[in-house]
Design a protein around this ligand. Structure first.
Ligand code: BJW
Length: 246
């Protein structure tokens, strides 16, 4: 089913030179990766986030957390970017300045061909020492979790609740893009987790047009100039096609 995309949105996008995008788990849902908060299929549906995505949870049960991430890493390796990821890669080529900020850790944007990707919550493919924070490229897979030569457990290089965002530099790039863009697209995120959820509000305060693409309403919806209620894998290719003929 085709979603009605207002002509005014196409015109604003066609006139824009600086565009920023924030993506969340919803954009990868159509690739077969469960989201976090969807009640039935979400990753949290069967687990308590406090046990799996906090440093305290890892300290309490490192084996459970390591194995949950190992399972997700394996699942991600077996999926492909979907039409939503591919449409964003195509969109990037159209604008003078285009920044794609993602909360996802799955590399699907990069695999779809996006170049300027800012990863706010790390990347599941990397592993780091839980004490020294250094990235470790080779480790024995006989232990769960394996240990760093310093003796501490290795952990996924992702950002858990209560942790600072890794690269202060990544957050600074995301904030700059949000503050400077003319159009900001928030795609497939429940807009509940900070500081990512603050980015569209920053863009709004700076005068940008805010566009949300999500089948469900979120706390951002009432602030959005355009709320396109549909799946990213359907809406984004339509948006790109309309823009190409604008
Ligand atoms: C579709 C679709 C389709 C489905 N198409 N759409 C201010 C106020 C209150 C609290 C805080 C605050 N500032 C900081 C905090 C604390 C905390 C926080 O935000 N808590 C909130 C829950 C209230 N934030 C932090 O702790 C952050 N750190 C920090 O702020 O450091 C400074 C600090 C330190 C100490 C104390 C205080 C401050 C770190 C946050 C890290 C989040 N980490 C995770 C795990 C990453 C690793 C992993 O993947 O395992 O990141 S949690 C999880 O949530 C993951 C996601 O990236 C993130 C966001 O979720 P997302 O992507 O929005 O997914 P869902 O599932 O929520 O939504 C999916 C959406 O898609 C839905 O809306 C669907 O409808 C939609 N959808 N199909 C389009 N086909």
């Amino acid at each position: 089913m085709s979603i009605l995309i207002p002509q005014e949105l196409i015109e604003r996008l066609a006139a824009a030179r600086r565009v920023a995008v924030l993506t969340g788990a919803g954009i990868s849902a159509e690739s077969g990766i469960p989201t976090f908060r969807d009640a039935l299929t979400g990753l949290w549906a069967n687990y308590d986030p406090q046990e799996l995505a906090t440093p305290e949870g890892f300290a309490r049960n490192p084996k459970l957390v390591w194995e949950w991430y190992a399972e997700r890493r394996q699942r991600i390796a077996g999926v492909q970017p979907n039409p939503g990821h591919l449409a964003l890669a195509a969109l990037e080529r159209r604008f003078a300045q285009f920044t794609l900020v993602t909360q996802n850790i799955d590399s699907l944007h990069q695999r779809a061909g996006s170049l300027a990707v800012v990863e706010l919550h790390g990347n599941i493919a990397r592993v780091k020492c839980s004490r020294e924070e250094t990235v470790v490229n080779e480790f024995p897979d006989s232990e769960s979790p394996p240990r760093c030569p310093c003796g501490a457990f290795l952990r996924p290089d992702v950002v858990w609740f209560g942790e600072m965002l890794p690269a202060a530099e990544a957050l600074a790039r995301a904030e700059a893009a949000a503050g400077q863009c003319e159009v900001f697209l928030s795609i497939g995120t429940s807009a509940q987790v900070y500081p990512a959820a603050e980015l569209p509000l920053r863009a709004l305060s700076a005068g940008a047009t805010i566009v949300e693409i999500n089948p469900e309403r979120t706390p951002l919806t009432r602030h959005a100039h355009f709320a396109l209620q549909g799946a990213a894998g359907k809406v984004l290719p339509q948006l790109v096609a309309r823009l190409a003929s604008a």
